[in-house]
Design a protein around this ligand. Sequence first.
Ligand code: 5GP
Ligand code: MN
Length: 326
Amino acid sequence: MTTSPELQNIAEAIRARQRFVISSHSRPDGDSIGSQLAAAYALRALGKQVTVVNADPAPPPLQQFPGVTDIVIADRADGEFDAAIIMECGDLARTGVAGLDRCFVINIDHHPGNTEYGQLNWFDASAAACGELVFDLVRALQVPLTREIATHIYLAILTDTGSFHYSSISPRTFDICREALEAGVDPVLVARNVYDSNNMGRLKLFGAVLSAMQIDSTGRIAIVYLDHEMARQAGGTYEDTEGLINLPLTVKEMQAVVFFKQTEGDEYRVSMRSKGNIDIGSVAKEFGGGGHKNAAGCTVTGPVDALQKTFIEKIEEAIDGRPAHR
Ligand code: 5GP
Ligand code: MN
């Protein structure tokens, strides 16, 4: 296990305090929820008072995991806290929760480009999930790895590695998963809860979005698009698109996928995924977003045709390591 000075300082700061608020990024994913709740269970095992606050609810399949329904959904952290633990956020604004900056801030993250906004910062871009760091934190706090804690850590790793697809995976990832299984995690049940508990509207929406999918001229980049009208017609919601972005990459030739989701007017949430060494994290960064080498996102505004063209060019450059020849 890692015993970095950052981890030791954080463990000490936690031991010395009593009331905690734990937050993560808006539109939380499996790593946010898993990291937050693993830490919440560990701190409660030490007799600490813990409130978990997120700007948005967990996606429906994650609602079945222990403690998820107790998460407070709010855009402000109300109450008296001795410290705020922020997971998975490159900067504090990613939480979408106001009032955290008045606390003693402990920043635990694995996103490249973390702005070190905390009084204590522990940032490790080599971790495949923030949940790997939480595993080390649980150990440093000498809290036994209960089944709840282990389940949340496993959930974080399973989802943030794209079900063990991304290049961020290391031997440490599997060491932690092995310990999680030894602590009683049922990997079949976790996978079934995360991936096989959707509604029919979601399947219909997948069909509609994939039917409208475009491929770039080199046959390596999939462009998927969704607006409110398409979602309405298919009988699904935006939340139902979780995981859809990974499907185009199941095609052998496909190297990257970019997903444009209309938010309002001509503003779009852009999500990207890539295979292997293709760094779409730097593409997202060029547009004011961020993320990792194989999974990243940003928000952009403009005519969607022009935006798609620009992103395809940038992604082709990322694939070829130079501006695309056309
Ligand atoms: P997703 O496509 O699932 O929304 O995000 C993929 C990854 O990129 C996640 O690790 C997420 O934290 C990061 N990411 C997505 N959108 C943004 C953004 O607007 N800003 C930053 N800094 N990171 C983002
Ligand atoms: Mn993560």
